[in-house]
Unconditional design. Structure first.
Length: 318
């Protein structure tokens, strides 16, 4: 187990280094000059050159990269070009909002996806399966931004069931905070629920038609025990994989949802920073999201051996 964990940590570290290089180079490939944006379009070349020197953009790229990595390791991401606020403070303010939204959306996706997947697997060839499959097809086909706009128009503006925008911290006002996050979480989690449903159904169908399940039924094991003890339990490995991958994707893909519902999360911060060519903020945000994605996948790999001790990867988990 320790050997496997060390191997995965080493892989994660290499992935993080490569990701930091891609992020650093990719940000600088964006059109526009942050020094010009900060100094103003009508600034003279001397002023722009002074701003570039102040930001360190006049130095060679390798020097800029190693300075960026050295400061990032200590948690120092510099200051925003646009506001002058320390980037660490901006991320510390916006990241919790996105994490709360992502966790809530994933809870919605897992609950809805598991229920629909179990129903589709148990009632194969009947109307409950067709209904569950229709739900997943609809959720995967409809764009999130379009569904979000419709939800705001009908559920918020016309019916007034949910607020159209705004955010309240669940840690300060739990019920009100959950109420404000419910509609964005439903919209964001819908497509992910469809993925969980399809994977759960496929895994349970394979398990319920296996020989050992037929043997258990022949020995008199009840239908409920077969479904939950064998079918659902054996599908948890697949669901865990999907949840791990989707949770990282939720954090990274909350940009549209946060924009529609005016949530002060890291997605909105990223979009605003891209528009203003705020290099320090974009670099820090993308690096934080990448790190969270890598860490989540590492935890999912470790959880495999907890959920099912039979799982071994090339003998390294022993």
């Amino acid at each position: 187990m320790l050997r496997y964990l060390f191997h995965r940590l080493w892989q994660s570290a290499i992935t993080l280094v490569l990701a930091s290089i891609v992020v650093f180079i990719g940000i600088r490939a964006l059109p526009g000059d942050p020094a010009t944006a900060m100094a103003g379009e009508e600034a003279d070349p001397a002023t722009i050159a002074a701003v570039r020197a102040q930001l360190g953009l006049d130095q060679p790229l390798p020097v800029q990269y190693f300075k960026f990595v050295g400061h990032a390791i200590t948690g120092d991401f510099g200051r925003s070009i646009r506001t002058g606020t320390p980037v660490r403070e901006m991320i510390g303010t916006t990241l919790p909002v996105t994490v709360q939204l992502a966790v809530y959306a994933m809870l919605v996706a897992v609950l809805a996806g598991l229920i629909a997947g179990v129903v589709a697997a148990v009632f194969r060839g009947r109307w409950p399966e067709w209904t569950a499959n229709g739900f997943s097809l609809f959720a995967l086909s409809v764009p999130t931004f379009w569904l979000g706009i419709l939800a705001v128009l009908y559920l918020s503006v016309q019916l007034r069931w949910f607020p159209a925008s705004g955010y309240v911290s669940p840690f300060e006002q739990p019920m009100r905070g959950i109420y404000y996050l419910t509609l964005p979480a439903l919209i964001l989690g819908l497509a992910h629920a469809a993925v969980v449903q399809r994977q759960t159904r496929a895994s349970m169908v394979d398990t319920l038609t296996a020989d050992f399940v037929r043997t258990a039924r022949a020995k008199g094991l009840g239908r409920g025990a077969v479904i939950f003890r064998y079918g659902l339990r054996n599908s948890l490995i697949v669901v865990t994989t999907i949840v791990g991958l989707q949770l990282g994707g939720l954090i990274a893909g909350a940009v549209v949802t946060e924009r529609i519902f005016s949530l002060p999360g890291i997605g909105k911060l990223t979009l605003d920073s891209v528009f203003t060519r705020d290099y320090p903020v974009i670099q820090a945000v993308v690096l934080v999201i990448t790190t969270s994605y890598i860490v989540i996948n590492l935890l999912v790999d470790v959880l495999y051996t907890v959920i099912d001790p039979r799982v071994r990867v090339s003998g390294r988990a022993r």
